[in-house]
Write a protein that binds this ligand. Structure first.
Ligand code: S3P
Length: 170
C-alpha cells in the first residue's frame, strides 16, 4: 500500500468475529501499526481481562476501555481492534466517529459460537448457558454495531488475509 492511511480503522463487533486476527492482517497489508484495546488495558492493569472483571468489576473495565480508545484513536493512524462491548457506549462511538472510521465485522451467531465455545477467556460467557448468553448479547448489540460506518461480512471459508482485503475494498 503506497497511499498513507488518513484515519484509524476501528474494528468493532462481537467476540469471535475475528477483530484481532483480521486487524493484524489488515495492519500488515496497509503497512500501519496494529493496536488492540483489550491488550492495552491488560498491559496497564498487569492482569488478564477475566481478572479485571473479577477483581475490579465490569464498570472499571469499561472506564479503562473508554480511556484507552480515546488515547489510541487520537494517535497516529493505525488499525485498532476493540473489545466486543466497546461500540455500545455512545461516548465511545462519538470518540471513534470523530477521529476514525468504524468497521463492523459482522458474523452470524453460529460462526461466533463455533469460535468462542471452547475459550474460557471471556468473562461475559462464564454463565450456566453460554450459548444462550451469546445469543442474547448478539441480539442486544447488533443495532449498535449497525451504526458503524462500514459493514464487512465474515465468512468461515475466508482467510484473515482475504477478510483484510474485504475491509480494504469496503
Ligand atoms: C467483551 C469482549 C472482549 C473483552 C471483554 C468484554 C464484550 O473482547 O473486551 O471480555 O463485552 O463483548 P473480544 O470482543 O475481543 O473478545
Amino acid at each position: 500500500m503506497t497511499e498513507r492511511l488518513k484515519k484509524t480503522v476501528v474494528l468493532v463487533g462481537m467476540m469471535g468475529a475475528g477483530k484481532t486476527a483480521v486487524g493484524t492482517a489488515l495492519a500488515r497489508t496497509l503497512g500501519v501499526p496494529f493496536r488492540d484495546s483489550d491488550e492495552e488495558i491488560v498491559k496497564a492493569a498487569q492482569r488478564s481481562i477475566a481478572e479485571i472483571f473479577e477483581r475490579d468489576g465490569e464498570p472499571f473495565f469499561r472506564a479503562r476501555e473508554t480511556e484507552v480508545l480515546s488515547r489510541l484513536v487520537k494517535g497516529e493512524p493505525c488499525v485498532l481492534s476493540t473489545g466486543g462491548g466497546a461500540f455500545l457506549s455512545e461516548v465511545n462511538r462519538a470518540t471513534i466517529a470523530g477521529q476514525g472510521i468504524s468497521v463492523w465485522l459482522r458474523a452470524d451467531l453460529e460462526l461466533l459460537w463455533h469460535r468462542v465455545r471452547h475459550k474460557t477467556t471471556r468473562p461475559l460467557l462464564r454463565t450456566e448457558n453460554p450459548r444462550e448468553t451469546l445469543r442474547l448479547l448478539y441480539e442486544a448489540r447488533v443495532p449498535h454495531y449497525a451504526k458503524a460506518d462500514l459493514t464487512v461480512d465474515a465468512a468461515p471459508d475466508l482467510s484473515v488475509e482475504q477478510m483484510a482485503l474485504r475491509v480494504i475494498e469496503a
